[in-house]
Design a protein around this ligand. Sequence first.
Ligand SMILES: Nc1nc2c(ncn2[C@@H]2O[C@H](COP(=O)(O)OP(=O)(O)OP(=O)(O)O)[C@@H](O)[C@H]2O)c(=O)[nH]1
Ligand SMILES: [Mg+2]
Length: 296
Amino acid sequence: MSEFKSGFVSIVGRPNVGKSTLLNQIIGQKIAIISSKPQTTRNNILGVWNRDNMQIVFVDTPGIHKPFTKLGETMMKSADNAMRDADVVLFLVEPDMTPGKTEEKIMEDLKQTGLPVILVINKIDCVKKETLLPVIAAYQQAYEFAAVHMISARRNDGVDMLLKEIEGYMQEGPMYFPEDAVTDQPERQVVAELVREKLLHLLDKEVPHGIAIEVFSMKEKETLCDIEVNIYCERQSHKGIVIGKGGSVLKEAGTMARADIEKMLDKKVLLKLWVKVKDDWRNKEGMLRNFGYTGE
Ligand SMILES: Nc1nc2c(ncn2[C@@H]2O[C@H](COP(=O)(O)OP(=O)(O)OP(=O)(O)O)[C@@H](O)[C@H]2O)c(=O)[nH]1
Ligand SMILES: [Mg+2]
């Protein structure tokens, strides 16, 4: 029998490049939430890819940016940790931008780790080939990548080839997670994230960035799951926006989140949402810990 191989693969890059989209596509399930707004992912999210003789643990990370809040700092700590504790790193970039300050900083940090880095140019469905060539050239001049791949995470284009490449970096090792595990995220956490995803979608400006979710009750019965959720926002004025005229925003978020949660749990869900204010929680360490933003 051939030996069992395993390893960790971190997915890093600036906010909004499609890291979480790629993780979900590889795992074939929605593990990480996705939005068109930057700084969607707030902590490292593990996705487990299982085959007969191999287990690859993918680590989706918060997009790398200059933090302005304590929450931002913990997010950067998470990304930094993931970058160090990997066997190979996927550096995701936009297809129409040569390396900017963010990318230069990421490459500097990656160099320190000495790990093999695969450059992954995402969203190639959005650009013409001619646009890609100078982008690839600029990156290759800036860094010695172990390989370069062009993909569309959204359309699942080029992802199989990338996976084949990654398999080559796995070494003899243990099965880190049970073979039926797909993520390290507890169900409650996934529920909280799904609610946050809908609010990211429905709300604008600073409001969605100042939202944290707490699932304070989840009672699973035979055919039904009763879930109660607190939505925290940073200011009294934001509370009204989250609720919406006549409760319209909250109602829509609830309907959409319930559909996703029902799919995940495969049973009917009763979802109750409450909106509360916690002043400036993004800068309070105790609250960050409460919400599970530990920087690990
Ligand atoms: N056109 C196109 N859009 C994509 C592709 N991959 C991701 N997107 C879109 O890019 C946006 C950001 O995707 P995410 O997966 O949330 O990006 P992220 O890198 O995880 O972002 P953060 O968590 O904020 O760091 C979403 O609107 C996605 O639908 C792609 O291959 N093509
Ligand atoms: Mg993300």
